[in-house]
Structure formats: C-alpha cells, structure tokens
Write a protein that binds this ligand. Sequence first.
Ligand SMILES: [Zn+2]
Length: 288
Amino acid sequence: MYDYEQLKKTVNTLPHQVIGQSVLHRNLYLLRVGKGSRRILLHAAHHGLEQITTEVLMRFYFECVDGIQNRDPLFLELADRLTLDFVPMVNPDGVELVLHGLSGEHPYYYDLKEMLKGQRPSEVWQANIRSVDLNHNYDAGFERSKALLEAQGVTAPGPTRYPGPFPESEPESHALAELTRQQDYHMTLSFHAQGEVIYYGYLNYAPPDAEGIGQKLADAAGYTLEKAEGIVALGGYKDWYTKAFRRCGYTVEVGRGKNPLPASDLSDIYRKIRPMLLMLSACQSTDK
Ligand SMILES: [Zn+2]
C-alpha cells in the first residue's frame, strides 16, 4: 500500500518530476506516460481519507508502463496519442495523518488535537496539515463557496471543508494549479472517493463536449454522470480548471461506501475504472 514513504521509494526508481512540496516538505510527485500531443492530467488524494485513489492511479500507471514495454498495441496506441501526467498524491501530509495517526512527535500535534476534538484522523481527516480542505481552495467562486460553507457551519479551519483564507493559499493546491497553467492540459481528471459518479461543469457553464465525453467515460465505468451544482461546483480543482481553461475537467468519485474505503475494495474499483481510463485515448475534444 502506498503511504508517502512507499510512494517515495517507488517513485525514486522511476523517471519522475517533483512539482512542489507539501506544508511538511513532502514531495509532490509527477509521473509521465506517453509522448502524444494530447495532454491529460490525472491526480489523486486531494483528501486524506481517499488514499485508495492513489492506489488506482499507480496501478494504471504501472499497467501502462508494462503494456508499453511488452509492446501491447493498446498501450502503444495510448502512448502515441496521449501524454498522461499522474500526480498520485496531492495531499501527502493528510494521507499520512489518516494512515499513521497523530503522534506526540507531530509538528502540528497541538493544533491537530484541537481540530480533531477527540475524533480519530482515520475517521474524519480530509484537509491538509494546516486544516485547509485543498479541494475547496481553488479560485472558482471562492467567496460564494466560503459563504455557502459558513452557512453550513464551516467557519474555521478543521478536518474537512474549510476553504482556506484565499484561493491557492496552500502549497499543495498552488503547486497543482501552477503545473496546470504550465502544461496547458487538454483535459483533467480529479480522483476522489466515493459514489461511483463523475461530475463535470462549473456553475452554469460546461464546455460544449463535456457532457458527451463525460457520458462515454461514465458508461465505460458503469458510473453515473452528473452536472455539478451547488457546493460541488465551487472552489474545487475541477471547477477552477473548467472556469479558467474552458476545457473538460472531471471529478471521478470512485467506489461506493463510507470513506476511507477498505483496501479490499481496490480490485472492484479498478475493474470498473480501467475501461474508463483506456477510453481516454479515444476521447477527442473539439477545442484543440
Ligand atoms: Zn475527495
């Protein structure tokens, strides 16, 4: 299983880039597959309780690498058409807190203890280590999102949903946004858990082909496709990407159950997600 140390060990044996660092100076890694002109970003584990999404992306990454090495026509075609960038763990500090708990040695011990109010990190922790929910920290209706969250009682830093003082205030969200601006991706997929649903769009806007492509992806996985509304259309990476680039960004909520989903769900999740990922080389959006 990939906790941060295992991911680091694995990634260090592979060609990779470091796109930034977390609050606690853990590396944010990027792995690349393919040399195609169509560039797609896949990223996972914005949320502490959703480490299973890292497993999904790493499994697909290695399947691609092996497929290319074995000259499997499916993967050769994929690598020819696409450049796939994987950022498998956007929030390593949050994932580590969930997987390994809060020890007295933790540099944020007293802050976290106060935030947790007696709950265990493995039950509730979605945020980064400064108690900001990274997937509410993007510049897409930020003030509106903040007001909506305040109305729901989210008024201060905590284990989940606090959007932060301003968009991209956190090094993790800023690094991912910077990467996106630099690479000018044609499409992005944000992996979260859970619900077996794919969201697209920002407020009332969606790129013309977002529904059609989204439906193909959803059908391949046996998931449902939903136009994001309310709080799921505000402040998240997908919302910001859709708003800023007017291209297809999707949030893919893998699996079904209560977070954190058990590791034993991984095979079933991957069996459904794999055809969706393989379909990416056939999805041609019209904007480029
Ligand atoms: Zn999530």
